[in-house]
Ligand binder design. Structure first.
Ligand code: PRP
Length: 217
């Protein structure tokens, strides 16, 4: 390792290494801490340390409690779960399997202009629903609310399609980052302004498959 020099991100606004610059990466560690080493062909490296914020059991218990609460509120009605790709897919899969009411599922994908550096706050749908929401009981499933821009936009768009009811659930909420007013009907964990990965959440498309949620340092 003595021949390698630590890499600095090219763009001071970006977080961590540019994935195009690194040829190899690997990671290791136990339950509480994980380490990820990126190495490029130019003998540069970046070491990321990740600390566990929420473990598998804690998440599982919370998802069960949320599913119980949602099942009681929607008792006797079919629920259309709308997952926001990609981050929500693991949370939605676990939530759906704990719910009692009959459930249907669909997904949307949204893109935010300028995300990663300075967000313009403008969002568009890049993959729309394949199901009509008109007259249905709809629950939007999100992995995390940060500025609130994504969920507020989708909520407005779906509301205009006249569902019977429209509610939102998020596993994580970062209230200190809000740029627009938005409150989810069901919130798993309210967290501080950490950069988190795992359980569906990524960093440069990596770490979505971690069963727990980790803070990247
Ligand atoms: C993340 C997350 C939310 C959104 C929240 O998605 O999954 O959808 O950002 O941010 P906001 O409250 O500031 O609008 P991302 O765009 O990273 O895509 P991904 O889900 O595919 O990872």
């Amino acid at each position: 390792m003595e021949n390698f020099v630590p890499a600095e991100p090219d763009d001071p606004n970006s977080f961590g290494p540019n994935p195009n610059e690194y040829r190899n990466w690997g990671w290791s560690g136990g339950m509480d801490r994980k380490f990820c080493l990126y190495i490029s062909g130019q003998k540069k490296y970046t070491l990321l340390a990740m600390k566990r914020l929420l473990g598998e059991k804690e998440i599982r218990n919370k998802v069960s409690r949320l599913a119980g609460q949602i099942s009681r509120d929607f008792a006797g009605r079919e629920v259309l779960l709308v997952g926001i790709l990609k981050g929500a897919f693991i949370f939605m899969a676990d939530l759906a399997r704990k719910m009692d009411p009959p459930v249907k599922m669909d997904f949307v994908r949204l893109a935010s202009y300028g995300r990663g550096t300075i967000s313009s706050g403008k969002v568009r749908i890049t993959k729309d629903l394949e199901t009509s929401v008109k007259g249905k009981d709809v629950l939007i499933v999100e992995d995390i609310i940060d500025t609130g821009v994504t969920l507020k936009y989708l909520f407005r768009r779906l509301k205009a399609r006249r569902p019977r009811s429209l509610k939102t659930v998020t596993l994580l909420d970062k209230p200190s980052r809000r740029k627009v007013r938005f409150h989810a009907d069901y919130v798993g964990f309210s967290i501080e302004d950490h950069f988190v990965v795992g359980y569906g959440l990524d960093w440069n498309e990596k770490f979505r498959n971690l069963p727990g949620i980790y803070v990247v340092k």
